[in-house]
Design a protein around this ligand. Structure first.
Ligand code: NAD
Length: 344
């Protein structure tokens, strides 16, 4: 854990490197008005652990890390704070590579880039990969195919109906792809303009707020908030598959256990929504969109492997995903110990 405090520019940030067995840590930086340093530390530790698992399952040569900047994104964003954060990152010599997360913008990443090369998610004209949302949506669709095969024995996207919660960056890109297959799509969003766009541009059916949970559609695709699968919402679900891009969909592991008990196929969020991190990871070796698309398609195989392991061992899919991620990290450590080489 690295504390980055600079009273001159008013920067208070924390970087957490959770595990670097697979390679340098890769994960976003979040700006948030934490109540105190303890809350910021709890969050960065939790988030950095999540990145270890996500990067491992994504097949990346990256460990897990994350950073938080304490501040209100509406008021506390200054060029010098961002540059100062960049200088702290530079002092880590590439052991942590950052990316955009909640509260940060591509312009902030540009400021950080002024001080260190260890940053991804910059503008395309700087050699960056631009908006990750289309890749996240592509990966989500690939994961949905794996779920359809598991539940229905086919991968006909257009043969079932979808309830999409959240028509923002990723949700709308997912809707676009579902409608390309002529699927029936129900949509809800707290922002009426987002719903209207999905209705006007893609012919979706609008659903009022929380009623999306009770919608009679085979696939529920959470693309908004975390914690949406919980003790209150579980009895309402009428879907057979939960597969969407939102982070931290399960309020707790008990919610994942209950999905399993009810026979609902759940694509673990950190496996199905890895298209974005796969995309930015390629910036480090010279960005290529074609490679990013090909890599993102691998998510179908990853989700299939999770579902298969869960079925074989009679365990919930969230646990199968964790075990697969931990196995890759352990195998890589064993390889390194048994076969000395020059790579890290
Ligand atoms: P976004 O802010 O563009 O879209 C989220 C949408 O959800 C907004 O339109 C918002 O109005 C809506 N929303 C908020 N609360 C809602 C509610 N209670 N009911 C219905 N709609 C609600 O964000 P995004 O980039 O599309 O990301 C969506 C989710 O996917 C987030 O959980 C994010 O962490 C996750 N994710 C995104 C990416 C990416 O590439 N953008 C990658 C991985 C994971």
């Amino acid at each position: 854990v690295v504390y980055c405090n600079n009273p001159t520019v008013g920067l208070q940030a924390i970087v957490a490197l959770h595990d670097t067995t697979l390679g340098p840590a890769l994960g976003g930086v979040r700006m948030w008005p934490y109540d105190d340093e303890g809350a910021a530390l709890d969050d960065v530790l939790r988030l950095s652990r999540g990145m270890t698992y996500k990067n491992a399952l994504a097949g990346l040569d990256h460990g897990g890390g994350k950073a938080v900047i304490v501040g209100d994104p509406a008021h506390d964003r200054t060029e010098m704070r961002m540059r100062c954060f960049g200088r702290f990152l530079d002092s880590l010599g590439g052991r942590y590579i950052t990316a955009e997360d909640v509260g940060m913008t591509a312009a902030d990443m540009e400021c950080i880039l002024q001080e260190t090369p260890w940053v991804t998610g910059t503008h395309e004209y700087r050699g960056g990969s631009g908006d990750p949302s289309p890749f996240t949506a592509q990966g989500t669709l690939a994961g949905i195919r794996a779920c359809l095969r598991e539940r229905f024995g086919h991968t006909g996207i257009g043969e079932v109906a979808y309830a999409v919660q959240g028509a923002g960056h990723v949700g709308l890109e997912l809707i676009r792809r579902l409608r390309d297959h002529d699927a029936t799509v129900y949509v809800s969003d707290v922002d009426p303009a987002c719903v209207q766009r999905a209705v006007d541009e893609f012919g979706c059916h609008a659903v009022e707020g929380g009623a999306i949970l009770d919608t009679d559609a085979e696939v529920f695709a959470p693309c908004a908030l975390g914690g949406v699968i919980n003790a209150d919402t579980l009895p309402r679900l009428r879907c057979e598959i939960v597969a969407g891009a939102a982070n931290n969909q399960l309020a707790d592991t008990a919610a994942g256990d209950e999905l399993h008990r009810r026979g609902i196929v759940y694509a673990p969020d950190y496996a199905i929504n890895a298209g974005g991190v796969m995309n930015v990871s390629l910036e480090l070796s010279g960005y290529n969109a074609e490679r990013a698309h090909a890599m993102t398609e691998r998510i179908e195989g990853t989700v299939s492997a999770i579902l298969e392991r869960a079925r074989r061992e009679g365990i919930p899919t969230w646990l199968a995903a964790d075990r697969l991620a931990e196995a890759r990290i352990a195998e890589r450590a064993a390889l390194r110990a048994s076969a000395p080489g020059t790579s890290a």
